[in-house]
Design a protein around this ligand. Structure first.
Ligand SMILES: Cc1cc2nc3c(=O)[nH]c(=O)nc-3n(C[C@H](O)[C@H](O)[C@H](O)COP(=O)(O)OP(=O)(O)OC[C@H]3O[C@@H](n4cnc5c(N)ncnc54)[C@H](O)[C@@H]3O)c2cc1C
Length: 376
C-alpha cells in the first residue's frame, strides 16, 4: 500500500510497532543513532512529510509533520528529534534548494538537519559568529557549531554564518557533511535523546561554491524566523506531547496494575495517586490543545500566529518536565528501573527547555509581545 496523505498514520503505527518501539531502549542505552527506524520511515515515504508532491513528498504541512513527530516520540524521543530536524532543514531546502536536493530530501536519500547553534553565540542561534568569506572563486566557511542533531549521519547541514557582504545577521548555506575541513566532535553522550547524534561540528577553511547559498546573502535571519522557527517550535512541542502521552499511559497502566496484596488494593486505589495521574492528564491535554490551536493559527494565517508559535513550545516543553516529574513520583521505585521506560522519558523531556529558542528566551519574547515591545 503506497503511503498517502490519507493513510500515513496507519503506516506510521505499523513502523512504530515493528521497528521504532522495539529499538528504543537500545538506542537510548547505547547512544546509538536510530538507523533502522529512520530507514523504515524512509521506506514508507515519511521522510517526505513536509516536501511538496511535485518532488515526491507527501505535502502534509505543519499539521501532518506534527502528527508524525508526536506519534514517533511516544515510542522513541531520539528518532522523533532526528525527524524534527530533518523536517526543519527540508522546509528551508523546499524554499531555496535545487530540485534534485528537494527530491532527495523528500525520498529520505538526503537526511537534513540544522547547524545553527554556535559555541560563540550559544542558544542565540539568530546571531552566528562563524564567518563566510569569498575565496578564490568560492566561499570559505569557518565556525564552531555547538550542537547539530544527526551530525555524523546527515547528508548536508543547513548552515548559518555571518553574511558574506550584505547587511544582516546571517546567511544560510548547504554544506555537505563530508566537506573537507568539517570535523564532527562526537560521539554524543547526553542525558537524554541519546540516539540523536547531536554533536559539536567545526568548520575550518571549508570551501563551498557560492551557489550553495540558501536564500539571499544577509537574509538568513528572515528565513530562520519565517520558515524555521514556526515549524521547529511546533515539532518540538509535538515531540514533548508525544513523550507526555506515553508517560501518562505508562504511568496509569502501572498504577492500575500493581497491587498491595496485604490490603487487597491497587496503587490506583490511592486517591493521591489518582490525583497525580489526573494532573499529568490535564497538563498533557493543555499542551496538546494549545498546539492544536497553534496549528489552526498557522493554517489560517491568524494574526496571533507568532504568539501561539512561541507559546506552544514553551508550554509543552515545561509541561513535559512537570508531567515526567509526576510520573516518577507515581511510579516510585519502579521509575528508577529501565523496564517502565519512565526514566527514559524523564531524561528525554529535559531537552525541550534548553533547545533554542529556549523556554526562558521564549518567556522573554512572549513577555515582550504582551508588553507591546519589539522582539529584537
Ligand atoms: C538534544 C539537543 C539537540 C540539539 N540539536 C540542535 C541542532 O540540530 N541544531 C542546532 O543548531 N542546535 C541544536 N541544539 C542546540 C540548542 O538549540 C541550543 O542552542 C543549546 O541547547 C543551548 O545550550 P547553551 O548551553 O549553549 O545555551 P546558553 O545560551 O548558554 O543558555 C544557558 C541558559 O541561559 C538561558 N538564556 C540564554 N539567553 C537568555 C535570555 N536572553 N533570556 C533569558 N534566559 C536566557 C537559556 O534559556 C539557558 O537556560 C540541540 C540541543 C540539544 C540539547
Amino acid at each position: 500500500m503506497t503511503t498517502s496523505a490519507e493513510n500515513y498514520l496507519q503506516h506510521l503505527d505499523r513502523i512504530c510497532a515493528e521497528t521504532i518501539a522495539p529499538q528504543a531502549a537500545e538506542v537510548d542505552r547505547d547512544g546509538a543513532f536510530p538507523t533502522a527506524s529512520i530507514a523504515a520511515l524512509r521506506a514508507a515515504g515519511l521522510m517526505g512529510a513536509v516536501s511538496a508532491p511535485d518532488v515526491g513528498g507527501l505535502g502534509l504541512g505543519f499539521r501532518g509533520a506534527a502528527a508524525i513527530v508526536r506519534r514517533v516520540a511516544e515510542d522513541c524521543g531520539s528518532t522523533a528529534m532526528v525527524l524534527c530536524m530533518h523536517y526543519c532543514g527540508t522546509a528551508i531546502l523546499e524554499a531555496h534548494a535545487a530540485k534534485e536536493v528537494r527530491q532527495a530530501a523528500a525520498a529520505g536519500d538526503h537526511l537534513s538537519t540544522l547547524a545553527f547553534s554556535e559555541a560563540g553565540s550559544r542558544s542565540h542561534f539568530w546571531a552566528p559568529v562563524g564567518t563566510a568569506l569569498r575565496n578564490g572563486g568560492g566561499v570559505r566557511l569557518d565556525a564552531r557549531k555547538s550542537w547539530v542533531t544527526s551530525a555524523s549521519k546527515a547528508t548536508a547541514y543547513v548552515w548559518s554564518s555571518k553574511p558574506l557582504q550584505a547587511e544582516g545577521l546571517s546567511t544560510l548555506w548547504l554544506v555537505p557533511t563530508g566537506a573537507e575541513g568539517i570535523t564532527v566532535h562526537g560521539p554524543f553522550d547526553g542525558l537524554g535523546l541519546r540516539g540523536n547524534d547531536s554533536s559539536a561540528v567545526s568548520a575550518e577553511r571549508v570551501r563551498v561554491p557560492e551557489s550553495a547559498m540558501l536564500g539571499a546573502d544577509g537574509k538568513g535571519f528572515d528565513i530562520m524566523m519565517g520558515v524555521v522557527l514556526p515549524l521547529f517550535n511546533v515539532l518540538n512541542a509535538a515531540c514533548a506531547i508525544g513523550l507526555m502521552e506515553a508517560a501518562v499511559r505508562g504511568t496509569a497502566e502501572h498504577a492500575a496494575g500493581v497491587r498491595y496484596e496485604h490490603l487487597d488494593s491497587r496503587l490506583a486505589d490511592l486517591p493521591t495517586i489518582r490525583n497525580y495521574v489526573a494532573r499529568m492528564r490535564i497538563k498533557t491535554d493543555m499542551a496538546r490543545t494549545l498546539l492544536d490551536d497553534t496549528l489552526s493559527a498557522v493554517d489560517t494565517g491568524r494574526a496571533d500566529m507568532m504568539l501561539r508559535v512561541l507559546e506552544c513550545k514553551a508550554s509543552a516543553g515545561e509541561a513535559a518536565t512537570e508531567v515526567l516529574d509526576l510520573a516518577v513520583r507515581v511510579c516510585g521505585g519502579a521509575a528508577f528501573r529501565k523496564d517502565l521506560a519512565v526514566e527514559r522519558y524523564f531524561r528525554d523531556t529535559r531537552a525541550a527547555g534548553v533547545m533554542a529558542p529556549t523556554t526562558d528566551v521564549l518567556y522573554d519574547f512572549i513577555g515582550k509581545i504582551a508588553c507591546g515591545m519589539p522582539l529584537f
